[in-house]
Design a binder for this molecule. Structure first.
Ligand SMILES: [Zn+2]
Length: 491
């Protein structure tokens, strides 16, 4: 293994101009934190993916140029494009029609005439993207502009990057002519961002037998890049459950010139203030416990000390404060969270309204229930003029994926080989993904985004100037192809 070359691949491409790279990195970044694996153990069963990754960059650019902003989605156009690529590779695919203009696409590499769905591996990514405010972008969000080693575009990270990388890993397996000992299924889904009539919920209800699998790779995790080096790979094995709750205040309406104490607006404001100041208790789920156990040795001594004290009787409470304050994401992994997001009341400036409403976006740990939290909030608010109303279409609590499965072990091994010994940490994502639906169908689903990315880039998901470092994209293609070949190909 050429260490310098590997480092070169891992740093954001903006730094590549500053060759030779080793000399430009801070000293700490030049030294791998873990023992370097031997050359043999890093040889990927997928072979050299350099040319494949370049090809996949082209697919990603084309997919970005197909505007699949949801709503309306128009995913069928992207599905047709992908079907065309698969056809050229001699792979049949099938459109799974959902609503007019919206289809998913499925393709399969077979292991046997009578496949065993419980062994099958599903590669899933969504084709739709969130909207853009074009005036805030420095480039056209649907042009796939390449600048300073980045490809810009809506969906370049979420989730067309993974869509193109899944496609590459799938095609690599086909081209290798390897015998596969389990079916590998490629699935491009629709309507992930809105979860409506064309979403995976409907797809599963209508077409489950077309893509039933025991294992799945989806979005939802991250390859954490820090100081030009992969610190760890966060593999999502569980996710929080979104629930919207309306807070409704009632009072007598009347002339604003003669106010009374029971003004609904005032009661609502007081309730929202109390809820905003509330911190739910820490509940450790299996995944989160494992995450912090494995995180401690990667952090500096001071923080590691507090991470190790999280669940101790004497210092636990203080440790939970320190860790929650150190990173808002860690706070979200430890407890239920509540974010007030919308307010409405009143029709005229001089009319006291009889009702005022706030919307709370609650994110529950999958082990918690909304009833328990609302009982707590009712006590806290302590106001008979206030009531809570759980809104329809709450997310689903799914059991976590196993950390003992063969597939999790494969991902762990591949990550270590790909990223010079970087560990895999099981991750509970604060955001929801399609994987909850899969887990409820007995799929061991794991979330990745295989591209090593620094926070600064990862934060651009759903934001202005979303972009992916091309070197990270190429590396992610290699990582995914390695995982898929390792898990499915027989040697
Ligand atoms: Zn996404």
């Amino acid at each position: 293994m050429n260490w310098n070359r590997r480092m070169h691949i891992l740093v954001p491409a903006v730094a590549l101009a500053l060759f030779p790279l080793a000399a430009t990195l801070p000293l700490g970044a030049q030294v791998p934190s873990t023992a370097m694996p031997t050359v043999d153990s890093t040889r990927s069963p997928a072979g050299d993916t350099t040319a494949l990754a370049k090809e996949a960059e082209g697919w990603l650019a084309d997919l970005i140029r197909i505007d699949t902003t949801n709503p309306p989605g128009n995913e069928q156009a992207a599905a047709k494009y992908i079907a065309g690529i698969l056809t050229k590779e001699g792979i049949n695919s099938e459109f799974l029609d959902l609503t007019p203009g919206r289809s998913a696409l499925v393709a399969r590499l077979r292991s046997a005439a009578m496949p065993d769905p419980s062994r099958a591996l599903l590669l899933v990514a969504h084709m739709d993207v969130v909207g853009v405010d074009k005036s805030k972008w420095t480039v056209d969000p649907f042009a796939a502009t390449i600048k300073d080693g980045y490809m810009y575009g809506r969906g370049s990270i979420d989730d067309k990057g993974m869509l193109a990388a899944n496609l590459a890993a799938f095609i690599a397996l086909k081209r290798s002519n390897a015998r596969v000992d389990r079916d590998v299924i490629f699935l491009a889904t629709a309507d992930e961002e809105q979860g409506g009539d064309a979403s995976i919920r409907v797809l599963i209800a209508k077409y489950w037998d077309k893509f039933a699998a025991g294992f799945a790779l989806n979005e939802g995790g991250r390859v954490i890049l820090k100081n030009g080096k992969v610190e760890y790979v966060a593999v999502q094995a569980s996710e929080k459950v979104p629930v919207d709750v309306a807070v409704i205040a009632r009072g007598p309406s009347g002339h604003a010139s003669v106010p009374t104490k029971d003004n609904a607006v005032v009661h609502l404001a007081a309730a929202v203030e109390k809820i905003g100041a509330y911190t739910a208790p820490v509940h450790f789920t299996t995944i989160v416990r494992r995450y912090f156990e494995q995180l401690a040795p990667l952090e500096d001594d001071e923080l590691a000390k507090w991470i190790r004290s999280l669940d101790t009787p004497d210092r636990g409470e203080h440790a939970q404060h320190v860790v929650s304050d150190a990173n808002p994401l860690w706070n979200s992994m430890l407890r239920d969270t509540i974010a007030p997001t919308m307010l409405s009341a009143g029709v005229r400036a001089n009319v006291i309204p009889s009702e005022a409403r706030a919307m709370l976006n609650v994110r529950l740990l999958p082990s918690d229930t909304i009833d328990v939290l609302l009982a707590e909030l009712t006590k806290l608010v302590n106001d008979p003029n206030i009531r809570f109303e759980v809104q329809p279409d709450a997310g689903l609590a799914a059991p976590p994926s196993s950390l003992e499965s063969d597939f999790y072990a494969t991902i762990t091994k591949a990550a270590s080989q790909e990223f010079s010994g970087a560990p895999v940490l099981p991750f509970l994502s604060a955001g929801a993904t399609d994987s909850a639906q899969l887990r409820l169908h007995n799929v061991q689903a794991y979330g990745l985004s295989p591209f090593p990315m620094a926070d600064e880039d990862a934060r651009r998901m759903h934001a202005d100037d979303e972009r992916i470092p091309l070197a990270s994209f190429d590396k992610g293609v290699d990582f995914l192809a390695r995982i898929v070949a390792e898990f499915a190909a027989t040697r």
